[in-house]
Design a binder for this molecule. Structure first.
Ligand code: FES
Length: 108
């Protein structure tokens, strides 16, 4: 049985340059959309799990986002923390492209 999801348009792919991260606030969530070099799209929570910082204020290098506050890193494809000071992984959300529209699967 597949989990119900609510696909919501969050941005145009034209707004998110390859190699960059883009903040989106929607339905009370703060999300980060990542447009990786090569075109892949990913989405995670935008708030670092260590303290309060927005990851889209940090630096995206390949598939890793570095937090601007204490330099913790996460893999944006899996949400996995890459060691100290990160102890908790990021929540991830499924993303798909329809035309130019980036859609994210939010909890129904
Ligand atoms: S708030 Fe992100 S590493 Fe500390």
């Amino acid at each position: 049985m597949s989990e119900a999801a609510n696909w919501v348009r969050v941005a145009s792919v034209k707004d998110v340059q390859e190699g960059s991260a883009f903040p989106v606030e929607i339905m009370g969530l703060q999300l980060a959309i990542y447009h990786l070099e090569g075109g892949a799209l990913h989405c995670t929570d935008n708030v670092c799990t260590h303290a309060f910082a927005l990851l889209t204020d940090g630096w995206l290098e390949g598939t890793l986002i570095e937090c601007p506050l204490h330099a913790g890193q996460f893999d944006v494809c899996t949400g996995k923390g890459q060691g100290a000071p990160i102890e908790e992984d990021l929540k991830t959300f499924a993303v798909k492209l329809e035309g130019d529209d980036i859609l994210v699967a939010l909890p129904a």
